[in-house]
Design a protein around this ligand. Structure first.
Ligand SMILES: [Zn+2]
Length: 87
């Protein structure tokens, strides 16, 4: 039995990634299982981030409470990530 070409190790679980055995679709350093797990959990992560914004900083803004510079930056980053994920 010949061993496939090693593509290095998964950046998430550290297992060896072998070409055409457990390499992911995107080839960005994760094994197929980790890549698939990330794919499966992404919608809930997106929903959770959106809800967190609504219940915290967006609520503050709606009540006229000014955000700190750090909160402003974190909100902008989160909104950009949400927009990118939904594009
Ligand atoms: Zn992995």
């Amino acid at each position: 039995m010949s061993k496939g070409l090693s593509l290095g190790h998964c950046r998430t679980c550290s297992s060896e990634i072998v070409n055409s055995v457990n390499d992911g679709v995107f080839r960005d350093g994760e094994c197929e299982a980790c890549e698939y797990h990330r794919y499966q959990t992404q919608p809930r992560l997106l929903e959770a981030l959106d809800e967190l914004l609504c219940q915290t900083v967006d609520m503050d803004l709606a009540h006229g409470i000014a955000l700190t510079e750090g909160e402003e930056q974190a909100r902008a980053k989160a909104l950009a990530a949400i927009a990118e994920a939904r594009a």
